[in-house]
Design a protein around this ligand. Sequence first.
Ligand code: SF4
Length: 446
Amino acid sequence: MALTGLQIQKLLPKTNCKECGCSTCLAFAMKLAAKKAELKECPYVSEEAKAILGAAAEPPIRSVTLGQGDGAFRAGGETVLYRHEKTFVNPTGLGVAFADTLESDALEAAVRKLREYTLLRVGETLRINTVSLACESGDPARFTAALLRVAALWERALIARSDDPAILRLAAEKMRGRKLLLASATPRTLAALSQTAAESGAALALTADNFDALAPMVKELEAKQFRDLFLELRADSLSEHFQNNTIIRRAALKGGVKFLGYPVLKFVRTGNSTDDAFEAGLEIVKYGGLVVLPEFDPAVFAALLTLRQNIFTDPQKPIQVEPKVYAIGEPTENSPVFVTTNFSLTYFIVSGELENSGASAWLVVPDCEGLSVLTAWAAGKFGGAKIAAFVKESGLPDRVKTRRIVIPGYVAQISGELEEALPGWQVLVGPQEAVDLESFVKNVLT
Ligand code: SF4
């Protein structure tokens, strides 16, 4: 649980020596509580206070990393129940499950396909995070060989899955340093698998039928200081799983239930691809840490990655593009000039529709702090005077002969102000929806 400034101050030396740059220990404590300072800035904090304050600074859902380097994937680290309270931190991981019974050529081809798959949306390249390989052959040598083949092609996170601790031990030893996720320990296999995970540097998923069975498993590992865990609670229905995820998040955040403060893992397999997609979507919306689907369908993953991007975009920091004048196509000095805001979604939709129209154009994108058209206008960041100033500063009037600028239809009211601020320019009111830009270009501008 987060500590208040006063609670933190009680743990500080209270000498007001100012070496941390603050005038008093209380001022430093307030900065710590607001996460605007780091504990190490005070050289006199006791070991006891460090232990308490360090633990208090940890998020209630532990952050667990799988894989390494650029391919690493991090789950958990969440601090809020609802995105609008602050932000969600680590997007739900998406993965695809394979079995070692697949012929090696087919397995390699499938993994290559996943590796190549990307979705470019609002300037972000979205990818699949993990591959899961299950031992269905029962043959340790075959499983390990298949896992090594996958690992050679897949530099992102990997899940090794088997009911047999001996099989996972062999695989983990061969993959030491790759930070695997071993799935999944039951009460019966907990001791052996946790030892394998600790020795090989892997994370461990714990599976149980209910909370009562899960609690002693987590507590046993926490007592050994092993905390790179995922929780995989079995459920008989979608509604039960939804309920479990909500209980886990709420109890960890609001109830201080420490044994539930770990990311949730889900292997989806309903037997119906539509239901699989729906269930995976639910994991993204409601507190899943990592969800693995039984097959790869690009259409399903495009939908899931889009949903994930929408849910995990920080509402306090709208994704935005650089404010500047963009060339759409190959514009000349006679090409039309359009204006929109620098909210990424708005920019990519408008530029995409202009490209679709086949016309070349200049797209003026002033700094609107990443707000959409109407929001930016309402906030006083997308008015005629501001746009005119940006156009002049950009040097566009020196580069083009055209003196017509098209504004979004939703802000038709700024046309007079813009004409006044940009003498010699004619302001045209474009369509309200970007989808109508193509017909606007064809019917009005040509
Ligand atoms: Fe207090 Fe430590 Fe800052 Fe000194 S350095 S004022 S003891 S918090």
